[in-house]
Design a protein around this ligand. Structure first.
Ligand code: GDP
Ligand code: MN
Ligand code: MN
Length: 239
């Protein structure tokens, strides 16, 4: 397996064709996995917003007091969310597309001036579109850097994917001693996203694209966004 960090991408603007830009710097082969920081996909999709454009409602003002954020920023988070799971000491929400994250993944870094950057509206759909324009049988994973419950430190996770299964199902395979595995679903898109994120860095390196070659992966199936009825932690956050 090889991992390639793509260097030389410009600062992405609304309307930029990210797939073409990456293709001008890297020659893809079938089976490659292209990982893109959600930041640049969001930029290309024009997901910038002016804080000025938000009129904070009463709930945003209340939450803002607890978390020490601009009420307009809190309103932006609420607008991107279908449910609030925690409103202090930080704002943990379920996004419209099913991802659970702090501040709905809205970024203020690597954006510039007073603007904020929302996540892509539907990152799996973005991944599918990018995959189609690569013209090769590749997989695309859109990553974001996130905190993890129970663990210190951020890591990359997948917020969107296409051409690859989210989960690898090991059920029915045998361990080294012949015992059949019963419940092992492996979140391969998150594992790949974490490795990509490690190579991308978090600051000003300007390297939002990573390609993995030689990974064997199933082509479709599963979802890393856990169904609400399967989640035993989520109801307890609300109690
Ligand atoms: P996130 O993890 O998706 O929120 O993105 P980050 O802000 O952590 O950025 C990930 C990587 O992409 C870092 O290496 C950034 O320097 C880089 N990056 C962010 N925006 C751009 C951009 O517009 N152009 C380029 N070339 N790199 C960018
Ligand atoms: Mn981010
Ligand atoms: Mn990051």
């Amino acid at each position: 397996m090889q991992g390639y960090l793509i260097r030389g991408l410009p600062v992405i603007k609304e309307g930029d064709d990210v797939a073409s830009l990456v293709q001008s710097l890297f020659e893809f082969q079938d089976g490659d996995v292209l990982c893109l920081a959600s930041t640049i996909v969001a930029k290309s999709e024009g997901r910038f917003r002016d804080l000025e454009s938000y009129e904070p409602g009463g709930r945003a003002v209340e939450i803002a007091k607890h978390i020490g954020k601009d009420p307009r920023f809190v309103q932006a988070v609420l607008d991107e969310s279908v449910e609030v799971l925690l409103d202090r000491p930080f704002l943990l929400v379920v996004t419209r597309f099913g991802h659970i994250g702090v501040n709905a993944g809205i970024d203020q870094s690597n954006v510039g001036d007073e603007r904020i950057l929302l996540l892509p509206e539907n990152p799996c759909r973005s991944a599918e579109r990018l995959r189609a324009s690569l013209g090769r049988d590749c997989a695309v994973i859109i990553t974001d850097t996130c905190g993890r419950p129970f663990r210190t430190g951020v890591a990359g996770i997948a917020v969107g994917w296409a051409g690859i299964a989210a989960l690898r199902d090991w059920r029915g395979e045998c361990d080294m001693h012949g015992k059949v595995l019963e419940i092992t679903l492996e979140a391969i898109v998150d594992e790949i996203a974490a490795a990509a994120n490690l190579l991308m860095g978090e600051a000003g390196a300007g390297t939002p694209a990573v390609v993995f070659r030689g990974l064997k992966y199933p082509g479709s199936g599963g979802n890393v966004f856990m169904a609400e009825e399967m989640d035993v932690i989520r109801p307890r956050l609300k109690s």
